[in-house]
Ligand binder design. Structure first.
Ligand code: SAH
Ligand code: SF4
Length: 410
């Protein structure tokens, strides 16, 4: 059963921190410590206080998860009022929250316009699993790339998300899942790392994270900051379609785990499926992977491989894949294709996927098949786009029918 919570009621919205109609003030969320210090200095906070104030704010924002200056009880009332006059720390608007019958959650968030643009909507998904919970975060609204099997790829890039907006997805998800201490008990216990619902994050939502490098870097460094949100970098995975020049920088400057959307073992096929391959062909991509800092058997690159019927799913493809990855500490994540209205691709048969997985396993690679999750709320990979919310009813029904035909009844 799908449980859908439409947050249209004003008081609920306000209590969730939504401030849709307020003018956009500079946000303190998503700033580095240095930028926050500059912002505070810019409103006249005395230099000798700045370091301490940054520390206080960092703790309130990222350890306690507050979204109103009023809750920062160890800061004087006057200073709180000054901060509130200049800065905004409110959460963006939650337009919709859906909870799947398998526990997967999907949120539709609305972010205010930047500059002359319009408000934008993006989706974030939470996937609970045995022993862990993963939040799938978006980095852009739409995507400039046009991978032929991806629904997001049919949507033009609207804009990059800011570091604040990337981080806001994690903050709101933690609010909603109870990963922050209770607001009304300001000295309430901090939820210990082992008890948190969100233990992992993946940059696998909408957009190509390496085409929004600076904002993604800032957000991930804050998410992994030990005095704040404290997610281990080994539990953060950034997925790229293969923006080669930024891959090494990802390792050196962000230091998170890497996933590559490979999907084909040779250039001819990859040019068709993942067109950025024409710019950065496999030889360059594999070279960048080999040089990724810190690789070992315990720290492998994940290669994502979407299973497309009669396109990339033969045992010859599996053989070529194993040859291609030789020498790279790798695991291969087989993703059953999620169909969408208008696509010409189909998902490979289950038997074919299993044979493919067996071949790769026998060659010594872990090759989990990603089980489709949250299908009843269209929370699957490659289907995250704000437009999925705007699908006409008959399109939505067609999509659901396609998914059931492909994977069997949920
Ligand atoms: N742009 C980045 C991250 C977002 S996509 C990237 O391409 O890596 C997250 C993963 O879902 C990618 O591996 C992508 O190729 C895959 N994907 C996209 N559309 C899909 C679909 N319809 N079915 C299954 N996987 C899909
Ligand atoms: Fe963009 Fe990734 Fe989709 Fe390709 S698979 S179109 S890079 S979101």
């Amino acid at each position: 059963m799908t449980f859908s919570l439409d947050i249209k009621d004003e008081s609920t919205r306000a209590s969730l921190g939504a401030r849709a109609s307020m003018p956009v003030k500079e946000s303190l969320v998503g700033l580095t410590r240095e930028e926050m210090a500059e912002a505070l200095s810019g409103i006249g906070i005395p230099e000798r206080q700045i370091k301490m104030r940054v520390q206080q704010l960092w703790h309130w924002l990222y350890v306690r998860g507050v979204s109103s200056f009023d809750d920062m009880f160890n800061i004087s009332k006057d200073l709180r009022a000054t901060l509130a006059r200049h800065f905004n720390i409110a959460r963006p608007e939650i337009v919709e929250e859906q909870i799947s019958n398998d526990g997967t959650r999907k949120w539709l968030f609305r972010f205010p316009p930047r500059g002359a643009g319009r408000p934008v909507e993006i989706e974030t998904v939470y996937i609970p699993e045995e022993g862990r919970g993963t939040l799938c975060i978006s980095s852009q609204v739409g995507c400039t790339l046009t991978c032929s099997f991806c629904h997001t790829g049919t949507q033009k890039l609207v804009r990059n998300l800011t570091s604040e907006e990337i981080l806001a997805q994690l903050l709101i998800a933690r609010d909603r899942l109870g990963d922050f201490p209770e607001r009304d008990t300001p000295d309430g216990a901090i939820v210990p790392a082992e008890g948190r619902k969100i233990s992992n994050i993946v940059m696998m939502g909408m957009g190509e994270p390496l085409y929004n490098f600076e904002a993604v870097k800032k957000a991930l460094l804050i998410a992994s900051d030990g005095d704040g949100l404290s997610l281990s970098k080994r539990r953060i995975t950034l997925s790229t379609s293969g923006v080669v020049p930024e891959i090494l920088r990802t390792g050196e400057e962000i230091g998170v785990m890497l996933a590559i959307s490979l999907h084909a073992p040779d250039d001819d096929l990859r040019d068709l499926l993942v067109p950025i391959n024409k710019k950065y062909p496999l030889e360059q991509l594999m070279d960048a992977c080999r040089k990724y800092p810190g690789l070992s058997n315990a720290r492998r690159i994940t290669f994502e491989y979407v299973m497309l019927k009669d396109v990339n799913d033969s045992l010859d493809h599996a053989r070529a894949l194993v040859n291609l990855l030789r020498g790279i500490p790798a695991k291969i994540n087989l993703i059953p294709f999620n169909p969408w209205p208008g696509t010409n691709y189909q998902c490979s048969d289950w038997e074919t996927i299993e044979k493919f997985a067996d071949y790769i396993n026998n060659a010594g690679y872990a090759s989990p098949i990603r089980t489709p999750r949250g299908r009843d709320i269209l929370a699957a990979c490659g289907q995250l786009k704000s437009e999925s919310e705007r699908l006409k009813k008959h399109e939505r029904l067609a999509l659901e029918a396609m998914m059931i035909a492909n994977h069997g009844e949920a």
